[in-house]
Design a protein around this ligand. Structure first.
Ligand SMILES: [Zn+2]
Length: 291
């Protein structure tokens, strides 16, 4: 089922694949933008059919990316994971073919050298681990896991103070790889290779980063959760529900949209539904995603 949702991009010499866990989830726009109505969504006709329904619901996916660059094979986030106890039923006890899908995409999990998490929300760290004989063990024991130093410090504090509504993912997907000694803490100036670097995009979480790929004159950026649906390209300054620092997140989104507007950089959205990628172009007085 999920293998048919694999998608590939080639950016210069860098190969990128998308692995989907939850495909084309429809939800009310107010889940994301608290004050928005279906009518608000419908005014952006370009969102249909990929990113919004004719009724004005948003469409998003839960997915991650894997890329190959200069001898390294890197997961960019790791989705939700199987066998989890989560706040929402849709994410609880999932049983997907994620590892088979990775292999089908040409990136068997044994070959992964790096696991880079844009941030430490549950839907970006899940497959850091898997359940084996009742224990959470690293899915990629041969890899180094790259966590933002600032991001981790924030979640460590939340974990210690019980300061967040659902911290199960810390116990089952973050702490086990720390205990295994596989984590390297990185700052936003980290470069995976000459072709893969980071853009600090704080706000959704304090240490959130996006991933910039540049090779042979081509470029792409994997957003992470700096935005969830392309409607946020049209209204980057609108506050969104899941952002920990809503004002900073809106500022980050506005800077991002301005930076990439009208450029050839392919914007690959971590929650953007099929086809997941496009270019930011002017749209009247604003912007849109052109796929
Ligand atoms: Zn997410």
């Amino acid at each position: 089922m999920a293998a048919e949702h694999i998608r590939h991009w080639k950016i210069g010499d860098v190969e990128i694949a998308r692995i989907v866990e939850v495909y084309g989830w429809e939800d009310d726009i107010s889940m994301l933008l608290p004050d928005a109505t279906p009518e608000f969504v419908k005014q952006f006709a370009w969102l249909q059919p990929h990113f919004a329904t004719p009724e004005g619901k948003m469409i998003i996916s839960f997915q991650c990316f894997v890329l190959r660059s200069q001898g390294r094979t890197a997961m960019i986030d790791t989705c939700i994971g199987n066998d989890r106890q989560r706040e929402f039923p849709v994410f609880t006890n999932m049983q997907t073919t994620f590892l088979e899908d990775l292999a089908a995409a040409g990136f068997p999990h044994e070959e992964v050298t790096d696991v880079l998490c844009t941030h430490l929300h549950f839907d970006h760290v899940g497959w850091n681990t898997r359940l084996v004989d009742g224990k959470w063990v690293p899915t990629f024991p041969q890899a180094r896991y790259l966590f933002g130093r600032r991001e981790y410090e924030h979640w460590k504090h939340l974990h210690e103070t019980n300061g967040y509504h659902d911290l199960h993912h810390m116990d089952d997907a973050v702490v086990p790889v720390l205990d295994a000694g596989l984590v390297e803490f990185i700052d936003a100036d980290f470069k995976l290779t000459d072709e893969v670097s980071l853009i600090p995009t704080p706000g959704h979480t304090p240490g959130h980063v996006s991933v910039l790929v540049q090779s042979r004159g081509q470029s792409a950026v994997i957003t992470g959760d700096m935005m969830h649906n392309p409607i946020q390209i049209a209204v980057p300054g609108t506050e969104a529900r899941f952002d920990m620092d809503k004002i900073q997140a809106a500022r980050t989104r506005s800077e991002f949209v301005t930076r990439f507007n009208g450029t050839p950089t392919l914007v690959i959205g971590s929650h953007f539904a099929e086809p997941t990628a496009g270019h930011i172009v002017p749209d009247g007085n604003g912007w849109k995603l052109k796929v």
